[in-house]
Design a protein around this ligand. Sequence first.
Ligand code: KIV
Length: 305
Amino acid sequence: MSTTTISTSTSQNASRKKVTTLTFRQKKERGEAITMLTAYDYPTAMAMDKAGVDSILVGDSLAMVVLGYENTLPVTMDEMLHHARAVARGAKSALLVGDMPFMSYQVSVEDAVRNAGRFLQNGGMDAVKLEGGRERADAVRAIVGAGIPVMGHLGLTPQSVHQLGGFRAQGKTASAAKILLEDAKILEEAGAFSLVLESVPARLAEYISKQISIPTIGIGAGAGCDGQVLVTHDLLGLFERFTPKFVKQYAKLHEDLNKAFTDYIDDVKNKRFPAVEHTVEMTDEEWEEFERLSVLRPNSLEKKR
Ligand code: KIV
């Protein structure tokens, strides 16, 4: 089997130690919040690694916020690996988690182990994430058995959007909450090192976080989780189609991009760009020589004929 060498950036944040699954566990024990964000490209991964984020998820949200699909289902393993490699080149210290796309782990445990392996071998990732509870316990056990750290994902699991009847909060009834708690314990027992809890009631997320020894990473699950993750395009105000209620926007990049593009178009149309400072110079001496050469050239060509 061929392997791809991933060279990671060494030019920044040289002093920060590599974050590992052990760091996750220690942070939970110390009560320190774990920070996680999604990234899909080199410059974004580099910027967040430099900012000190603990973990970067190459999420299958790629399908929606970068590739423009309606949901996460169409994105493939090859597309995920392409973006994982870009992120791995940009981030040196953060724990890198590759999100297993729809149909890369549901058909068989063998598929699940093989595709999880590809994230480490060909994508430069340190761990993988997959969605689901008890129905994925065998896959989690087998992947962990192959030496690959697994992050679980419970609550709103976007790959089951059609089964769930839309992107809606989960675990809001007593019986649904009980199943969620059981699933969290099953994933812990199967060897997952951490667990994303998406769109579940804050009191339930906090309760689950206290009941299991592995760290929970919340998204729309309140402040009682051991860490937090957001889709970076939501945080940056870059994804305009919709913004979930639980998102805090730290920038309005869609508006900034729009302004930059309209300013550029206006400058070009009105001959304000390029200006002198954007222009390559040539000395008078070279120019005069060029004129002399180009005047001589037609004559010399004629002489040859
Ligand atoms: O794909 C993704 O970005 C995710 C996060 C929402 C946790 O799974």
